[in-house]
Design a binder for this molecule. Structure first.
Ligand SMILES: [Mg+2]
Length: 99
């Protein structure tokens, strides 16, 4: 398993354990370009789109991914680029402190 896939699996496991709605998207026909890798909604209805990148920092965010991220944010959701479990847990702590 590639490091990026391993990170994605760790994140989906965490979200499932914490009772989030979760949708893993797949690149390819049927998925709009730029859609975050993981779309999740927590028990307070907060929408979070996660764009997962490889942990070595060499991943790049595409123009389409940024555009979708900005649209999510304009509509009151949260969008984050995640390249480590540490970053993910920081985001989750931040989100949980909103309530
Ligand atoms: Mg990705």
């Amino acid at each position: 398993m590639k490091p990026e896939q391993r990170l994605q699996s760790q994140i989906t496991a965490y979200l499932r354990q914490n009772d989030h709605f979760i949708n893993k998207t797949q690149a390819g026909p049927g998925t709009d370009i730029g859609t975050p890798d993981i779309i999740t909604i927590d028990k307070h209805g907060r929408f979070l789109g996660l764009e997962i990148k490889r942990p070595d920092g060499k991943g790049t965010v595409s123009v389409e991914q940024k555009a979708v991220g900005n649209q999510i944010k304009r509509n009151g959701g949260r969008w984050e680029v995640i390249d480590s479990m540490t970053k993910f847990l920081e985001v989750m702590t931040d989100v949980e402190q909103l309530f």
